[in-house]
Design a protein around this ligand. Structure first.
Ligand SMILES: *[C@@H]1O[C@H](CO)[C@@H](O)[C@H](O)[C@H]1NC(C)=O
Ligand SMILES: *[C@@H]1O[C@H](CO)[C@@H](O)[C@H](O)[C@H]1NC(C)=O
Ligand SMILES: *[C@@H]1O[C@H](CO)[C@@H](O)[C@H](O)[C@H]1NC(C)=O
Ligand SMILES: *[C@@H]1O[C@H](CO)[C@@H](O)[C@H](O)[C@H]1NC(C)=O
Ligand SMILES: *[C@@H]1O[C@H](CO)[C@@H](O)[C@H](O)[C@H]1NC(C)=O
Ligand SMILES: *[C@@H]1O[C@H](CO)[C@@H](O)[C@H](O)[C@H]1NC(C)=O
Ligand SMILES: *[C@@H]1O[C@H](CO)[C@@H](O)[C@H](O)[C@H]1NC(C)=O
Length: 367
C-alpha cells in the first residue's frame, strides 16, 4: 500500500493527484500523517515545512475513537473542516486549529462528537461561521479571536453568545469588518433585521382521550423569517402539518394513540441567528386493559403475574371465588415495574395453603 510520506515525497504533480486520490480511497487506512505526531489519545500537527492540506486521519476508526485532543498549529494549507473530517473522532474533547489557513468549518462538522468541550480557532481566516456548527454541543470554550470576521447577520449569534456569557466568548475581544473595511468591536455591531427566533406552542399542556383529534398551534417570530419544524420523535399517531401563514403553523393529530402518552412534541424555529423551541407533553387517557394474566408461579412468594395498561393508573381489585378479596399481610398486590402506562406486577401469596385454592379474578378500572 502507498503510505502518506511517499505521497509527500513525490514531486510530480500528476503523482500528487494520484496519491491524493488514493488517500481519498484509503482514507481510513492511512497511518499518522507524516507531518503530525500521534499518541493513543492525541494528534498534534505543528510542522510547518510539509504541512497538512487536509484534516488528519488515522489508520483505523477504532484508533480515532480514542483520540481526545487534536492540536493543529501553523498549517497555512489547511483551509477547511468538512462534513466528515471530524466525525470518526467520537471521543474528541479538545480541538485546536490555530494560526492556520482555516476559512471554512462545515455546519455538520461536530454532529458526532458530543463530548467536544473546547474549540480553539484562534488566528485563522474565518470571515463567517454558523452557530449550526456547534449545535447540540455543550462548549465550555470557543476561542475565535484573530479572525477576519465580516460584520453581518451571519455572526450575530457570536455577539449574542458573548452577551449571554456562553462558551467563554465574553472574555474575548472580537472584531468584525464592514463592507468598507472599517473595524468594529463585535459587541458594538448593529445589523438591522437580524433577530433571534422564538417559538411558542399552544395549548401548552394537552390531556385528551385516546381516539380523539387535536390541533396544536405554533407561533414563531424572528428575522429573517425562521424555518419551522415539528419534532415528533417516534409518534405513533398520524398527523397532518399545515403552514397556515408566515409565523404560524399547525399540526393536526388524528385518532390519538394511547401509545403516545408521555411523548413530547417540539416546535423548532431557526434562522441564521439561532434557534428556539417550545414543547408540549401529550397525556393520553385510555381505559385499562389486562394484557397478561397467568398461573401462579413460585418466586420468593407465590405470585399470580399480571400486566395492565391504562392511564390514569388503573385501580386493581381482586376477586376470590367471586367475592372481593381482602388484601392482608399474606395476600397483597404489588406492582414491580411501570413503563409506558403498563403496570407489571403480582398478586403475592405468602405461604399459601389448600385454603387458598380457587379461582382468582382481576378487575382493573380507571375514570
Ligand atoms: C482505546 O482505549 C481503551 C481504554 O482506554 C484501550 O483499552 C484500547 O486499547 C484503546 N484502543 C486503541 C485502538 O488504542
Ligand atoms: C507557529 O509558528 C510560530 C512562528 O513561526 C512559532 O513562534 C510558534 O511556536 C509555532 N507554533 C507551534 C505550536 O509550533
Ligand atoms: C482541553 O483543553 C482545556 C483548556 O485548555 C484543558 O484544561 C484540558 O486539560 C484539555 N483536555 C484534554 C483532554 O486535553
Ligand atoms: C383509531 O386507531 C385505532 C388503533 O390505533 C383503530 O383501531 C381505529 O380504527 C382508529 N379509528 C379511526 C376512526 O380511524
Ligand atoms: C401500542 O403498544 C402495544 C404494546 O406496547 C403494541 O402491541 C401496539 O402494537 C402498539 N400500537 C401501535 C399503533 O403502535
Ligand atoms: C425560547 O425563547 C424564550 C423567550 O425568548 C426563552 O425564554 C426560552 O428559554 C427559549 N427556549 C429555548 C429552548 O431556547
Ligand atoms: C372481604 O371483606 C368483606 C367485608 O369487609 C366481606 O364481605 C367479604 O366476604 C370479604 N371477602 C373475602 C374473600 O373474605
Amino acid at each position: 500500500m502507498i503510505t502518506f510520506w511517499r505521497c509527500h515525497g513525490a514531486a510530480v504533480m500528476s503523482l500528487w493527484v494520484f496519491c491524493w486520490l488514493l488517500l481519498g480511497l484509503w482514507r481510513l487506512t492511512v497511518a499518522c500523517p507524516s507531518s503530525c505526531t500521534c499518541s493513543s489519545s492525541r494528534i498534534s500537527c505543528i510542522e510547518q515545512d510539509q504541512g497538512i492540506v487536509a484534516f488528519p486521519v488515522l489508520s483505523s476508526a477504532i484508533e480515532m475513537e480514542n483520540i481526545t485532543e487534536i492540536y493543529i498549529a501553523n498549517q497555512s494549507q489547511l483551509r477547511a473542516i468538512n462534513d466528515i473530517d471530524v466525525e470518526t473522532y467520537l471521543g474528541l474533547r479538545n480541538l485546536t486549529v490555530t494560526n492556520s489557513g482555516l476559512s471554512y468549518v462545515s455546519r455538520r462538522s461536530f454532529q458526532k462528537t458530543p463530548n467536544l468541550q473546547y474549540v480553539n480557532l484562534k488566528n485563522n481566516k474565518l470571515s463567517t461561521l454558523s452557530w449550526k456548527t456547534f449545535r447540540n454541543l455543550n462548549l465550555a470554550y470557543l476561542v475565535l479571536t484573530g479572525n477576519p470576521f465580516q460584520c453581518s447577520c451571519d455572526i450575530q449569534w457570536i455577539k449574542l453568545w458573548q452577551e449571554n456569557e456562553m462558551a467563554s466568548l465574553e472574555t474575548q475581544n472580537l472584531m468584525c469588518k464592514d463592507d468598507s473595511n472599517r473595524k468594529f468591536l463585535l459587541h458594538e455591531m448593529h445589523i438591522p433585521d437580524c433577530v433571534m427566533p422564538t417559538s411558542s406552542i399552544s395549548p401548552s399542556s394537552v390531556t385528551l382521550m385516546e381516539g380523539s383529534d387535536i390541533t396544536l398551534e405554533c407561533r414563531t417570530s424572528g428575522i429573517p423569517s425562521p424555518d419551522v419544524s415539528w419534532y415528533l420523535g417516534n409518534l405513533v399517531t398520524s398527523y397532518q402539518q399545515y403552514n397556515v401563514k408566515q409565523h404560524y403553523t399547525t399540526l393536526k393529530m388524528i385518532n390519538v394513540s394511547s401509545n403516545d402518552t408521555g411523548k413530547t412534541v417540539l416546535c423548532i424555529a431557526e434562522n441564521i441567528v439561532g434557534e428556539n423551541e417550545s414543547s408540549v407533553i401529550l397525556v393520553v387517557h385510555f381505559p385499562p386493559k389486562i394484557t397478561f394474566l397467568d398461573q401462579a408461579v413460585l418466586d420468593h412468594h407465590w405470585c399470580i403475574p399480571f400486566s395492565v395498561r391504562g392511564n390514569p393508573k388503573p385501580k386493581l381489585i381482586w376477586f376470590y371465588e367471586g367475592a372481593v378479596l381482602n388484601e392482608t399481610d399474606f395476600i397483597w398486590t404489588s406492582i414491580h415495574i411501570a413503563f409506558d402506562s403498563e403496570h407489571h406486577g403480582c398478586l403475592q401469596l405468602d405461604s399459601p395453603t389448600h385454603l387458598n385454592n380457587g379461582q382468582y379474578t382481576l378487575l382493573a378500572k380507571n375514570e
